[in-house]
Ligand binder design. Structure first.
Ligand code: SF4
Length: 437
């Protein structure tokens, strides 16, 4: 569910479906996932990084580890992979030599490839990550992942799909072609890549000059599913990934510090609360069905009333576990005083926080960000009604940390690189051109 940090991408090698303006105008709500990929638990070089306990067990069984040893061996691997961040089987000193050799012959601890890393002046980091190929026609799906450090926390924004099944009109990812759901291992791997890059393992150190939380807390202390994709359309993998991320013997992220953001897939909300027990965020953005039908077209399936009823019924909801409502500020569209008052009326009785998000325009978008005075006025009305209504500070604007822009720019550069290579012009020229835009 992308909001501020949504991340766009498509894999040119996969069968895809573009969303044209005409299709949107005709009421196109959803695209279909084109491929279903299963996490690599088979011998033959598949990485064990990101796998669940059951998948690790299957992987060990497949190379002949006796049934009676499986539980103990899984615990050992779990500790090395998820607590210590091991990159080689040879580091696993409490695993016998013979088993280490078998593991190394059949598997790897490879991470997805980091294609590029960008660091903002404000410390925000953004990685373009290429997943392992899933077959002969797949060069590897690329996604982006963003790290937002603050003094007392470090938040990682992860993606759940490559592209998105939905078509929200203010969202750049919504314009992208969908490739596929990410596997649970690919979701977890985003956290592993981030922790590698910022030195967030025992005995590791952050890169020189890196901005990381300085209050002694973990460098990645919070996860938000606000990158590319609608998490509740990939709920099995999202729940499995959350189980791995929150496991107390490995990555140990508190479920209260994991937030899943949905555009409003009402039928899956209760399951998320019951099985994943995470915090919930709703990408609301409008207080009237007519407008929300346009901004967040899934509203035509599940309208505002159904959505808010599902929020009221969200398992574990309390003043200590509020739902975050995200509201992107669009000039002249959803930012009037009347909209603010209606928002307050609608949320009555729901323990809630309201995040006001200044719209970060992307090339070709038809919306503008509300003026600052308007955002303040809106915020004041909401605040006076008793809701926390922080205005989310845009982060990483200098590295295009929003709305799939890095991915789009990267694709533009690649296209230019191809064109210039054909014309015999060097790659440096490409990047100079790109920088200048
Ligand atoms: S659900 Fe809507 S806002 Fe979220 S990534 Fe998909 S199109 Fe964008």
């Amino acid at each position: 569910m992308a909001t501020v940090l949504d991340i766009a991408k498509h894999n040119p090698n996969a069968a895809t479906l573009a969303v044209s303006d005409a299709a949107r105008a005709a009421g196109f709500i959803e695209k279909k996932a084109e491929l279903n990929v299963v996490a690599g638990a088979t011998p033959g070089g598949a990485s064990l990084v990101g796998l669940t306990r059951d998948q690790l067990k299957d992987s060990l069984f497949a190379i002949g580890v006796p049934e009676r040893e499986l539980k103990m061996r899984v615990a050992q691997l779990w500790h090395w992979i998820y607590f210590r961040g091991a990159k080689e089987f040879s580091e696993m000193t409490n695993v016998g030599k013979e088993l280490r050799a078998k593991l190394a012959a059949a598997y790897t601890l490879a991470r997805p490839q980091v294609v590029s890393e960008q660091v903002s002046k404000d410390g925000t980091r953004k990685w373009l990550i290429r997943m392992a190929s899933t077959g002969p026609l797949d060069k590897g799906a690329e996604i982006e992942c963003v790290y937002i450090p603050e003094v007392d926390r470090g938040t990682l924004c992860v993606s759940s799909q490559v592209g998105c099944t939905l078509t929200c009109s203010f969202c750049h990812t919504g314009t992208q072609r969908l490739v596929r759901n990410l596997t649970s291992a690919e979701i977890v791997a985003q956290l592993i890549v981030a922790r590698d890059s910022i030195g967030d393992w025992p005995h590791a150190t952050p890169p020189e000059g890196a901005f990381v939380p300085n209050d002694g807390s973990r460098f990645v202390s919070n996860i938000v599913f606000m990158g590319m994709g609608e998490p509740l359309y990939n709920i099995d993998n999202v729940i499995a990934a959350i189980d791995v991320m929150s496991d107390g013997e490995g990555l140990t992220l508190s479920r209260r510090r994991i937030t899943v953001s949905t555009s409003g897939v009402v039928p899956q909300m209760e399951r998320l609360g019951t099985e994943a027990n995470t915090m919930l965020a709703i990408s609301l953005h409008a207080v009237r069905d007519e407008l929300r039908d346009e901004l967040v077209p899934i509203n035509r399936k599940y309208d505002i009333k159904q959505l808010l009823d599902a929020c009221r019924a969200y398992p574990g909801l309390s003043n200590a576990r509020r739902i975050t409502f995200e509201y992107v500020m669009l000039k002249g569209v959803n930012d009037s005083d009347a909209d603010a008052r209606e928002l307050v009326r609608l949320l009555k009785g729901i323990p809630a926080k309201i995040n006001l998000i200044p719209f970060n325009p992307w090339p070709g978008s038809k919306y503008e960000c509300s003026d600052w005075e308007r955002i303040e006025r809106f915020s004041e009305i909401v605040f006076r009604a008793g809701y926390a209504s922080p205005v989310r500070t845009p982060r990483g604007r200098d590295i295009l940390a929003a709305c799939g822009q890095l991915k789009s720019e990267t694709e533009k550069l690649r296209a230019r690189a191809r064109m210039m290579a054909e014309q015999g012009i060097g790659a440096e020229g490409v990047y100079a051109l790109g920088d200048g835009e």
